[in-house]
Design a protein around this ligand. Structure first.
Ligand code: PLP
Length: 391
């Protein structure tokens, strides 16, 4: 009950955020925006205000949202709001071209979360298991339980990387019960990558007919030269499904569009299980414009990586251990239970990540705007004493 209330409140406030972002509100910058805010507050209530006032560094979003160019294209696409059939900028072909595959290799969804569930429906029924590490993107395992399937969860290595030999071993030992192998690269919530050599090792080590779901939601932030996308394995004919999203570097989390790249026969199988989560006309046009606006993508990447470096260096200087990350978030070891830490930050107007069992004293911090990261550091210094003498 409590969870449900929490969830719907989050969804409600997320909805408000989309409206606010669409009408272009930039907090208290001009009279027009203040009037719009008053109007929204009168329609939607105080919650809209409350939501805006927090530093939101809990869900690994891109805090800048879609670029101006992308917003212009989406504004224009509003004219298709009342249609079922409409030109959509050939988004599927565009994505296929980007990855050097055919449109038959692409499945669009209302966010990549939708695709992850579709993979579960396709390859876990009836009662098969997914093999993966914990913690990782929990929605995959939660969905498996939801459809009365199960997960075989393996611990991370001591350096928080994913244990590829254990995945191979577990898949082989449970071969008949396993529906697919899942790994997130780079992993959420740790931010660590699986190297291209390890991906090869995994593919060489498990039976060729075993589907592998590789979640590349944070691909665009990676600097590690040992990492590479796994899309080329699809061209090799392996049973690999790679998922990508427009929710992260392209700043479209509230608009929901993502996709899978996979062999055409797997796309056909999965399409049967798609639950109607089609991206909207606005999201499709937004995606087309976002892929074209490579300058904006680079800008977001640069500022995010710069701020991650600055924040993690400050925390390290204060004596706290940070897991090296290749994403727009990082984990820091606080030595305190995450629920308590979360509440302390919330009291100071900062929303940070939840607990990711079994890492119960590691806090996941998403990279927000420079102002949000300043607010995070001010709150951090109030909550946690420095561990180093010099500070
Ligand atoms: C690893 C990972 N995969 C998938 C998703 C789902 O993204 P969306 O459904 O917004 O595309 C997320 C969202 O946070 C994520 O972190």
């Amino acid at each position: 009950m409590y969870l449900n209330q929490n969830f719907s409140r989050r969804r409600f406030m997320g909805g408000i955020a989309s409206v606010i972002s669409y009408i272009g509100l930039k907090p208290s910058t001009n009279l027009e925006s203040q009037n719009s805010r008053k109007l929204l507050t009168s329609i939607l209530g105080q919650e809209a205000y409350d939501y805006d006032s927090f530093a939101k560094i809990s869900f690994n979003e891109n805090p800048y949202g879609p670029s101006d160019k992308v917003r212009e294209v989406m504004d224009e696409a509003f004219k298709y709001s009342m249609r079922y059939g409409y030109p959509d900028g050939n988004v599927q072909q565009m994505i296929a071209d980007l990855h050097g595959v055919n449109p038959e290799n692409i499945l669009l969804g209302a966010g990549s979360g939708e695709i992850l569930k579709t993979v579960g429906m396709t390859y876990l029924l009836p009662g098969k298991k997914v093999v993966g590490v914990e913690p990782s993107y929990a929605q995959v395992y939660q969905h498996a339980s939801g459809i009365k399937s199960d997960s075989i969860l393996l611990p991370l290595l001591d350096d928080y990387r994913q244990d590829i030999p254990a995945m191979i071993d577990s898949t082989k030992r449970n071969y008949r019960d396993v529906g697919f192998v899942y790994f997130c690269n780079p992993n959420n919530p740790t931010g660590r990558t699986v190297s291209s050599g390890e991906v090869r090792q995994l593919l060489d080590g498990i039976p060729e007919d075993m589907p592998i779901l590789i979640d590349e939601a944070y691909h665009h932030y990676v600097e590690d030269p040992s990492y590479a996308t796994s899309i080329p394995y699809i061209l090799e004919g392996r049973k690999v499904i790679v998922t990508r999203t427009f929710s992260k570097i392209y700043g479209m989390a509230g608009l929901k569009i993502g996709y899978a790249v996979a062999p055409a026969d797997m796309i056909k199988e999965m399409a049967l299980y798609c639950t109607g989560g089609d991206p909207t006309a606005i999201a499709r046009w937004g995606a087309v414009a976002a892929l074209e606006d490579t300058e904006a993508e680079q800008r977001v990447r640069n500022i995010t990586l710069e701020l991650r470096k600055k924040t993690t260096e400050e925390l390290t200087a204060l004596g706290y251990d940070v897991i090296p990350s290749e994403t727009n978030f990082f984990m820091v070891h606080t030595g305190e239970p995450v629920e308590w830490v979360q509440e302390e930050f919330r009291k100071r107007g900062v929303l940070v990540g939840r607990a990711f069992p079994p890492l119960l004293q590691h806090l996941r911090v998403s990279i927000g705007t420079p102002d949000e990261m300043d607010r995070f550091m001010v709150a951090w210094k109030e909550i946690f004493p420095p561990k180093t003498a010099a500070m």
